[in-house]
Ligand binder design. Sequence first.
Ligand code: HEM
Length: 177
Amino acid sequence: MRPLQTGKLISGCMLFQDTMVAGTARRLCLRPQIFKELSPSSISKNVTAKTIVLSPAMSHYFQARRGPFTPEEKQGKHMMMASTHWKIERIIAVSMLGIMPASIYFQGPFWDFMIASTVMLHGYWGVNGVLTDYLEKFIPFIHWFWYALAMAGIAGLLNFNYNDVGVTKAISLVWKL
Ligand code: HEM
């Protein structure tokens, strides 16, 4: 067992010295409850406050791996390089800046499809990235829920475009209310 972080109270924030990465210090604002737990004397003396003790295995588990990664690792199980995927994500996001006003202005089936597909793709990738970064490690099957929800989402939007007024008309009708 070894201390992961030690800190001392400085002007309402806890300055943590990360003992695992020498020379790096991070300032974290704490919840106000911390002040109730500390006596006034301990604050005024500026004492070392808390030491969180984690076993090396646990601290390693909670740490993200920062590379260096091999080209195979970077590609993973994907059909394209992550950097190519990243560029496509950004091209779609930037194109949405034009597609959104254009579809409201022109309307019709083509623009219904454009807005439904780009928003769904962008939202799908965005949430998928959040799940990969924060939850996959703890809930490995979490993506399957997202795949099901995303498929239901795009199916619902396409159904709405084919069998109802369509997304662009629906947005302008909402604004007319
Ligand atoms: C024209 C409109 C939009 C633009 C230009 C845009 C742009 C972006 C960009 C550049 C990112 C990446 C940020 C990063 O990686 O640091 C992002 C992330 C994201 N976007 Fe959008 N976005 C738009 C609309 C939307 C909409 C309508 C949704 C919801 C369906 C959405 C959901 C998300 C999500 C979930 C993320 C991931 C957030 C994260 O990684 O923390 N965005 N957006």
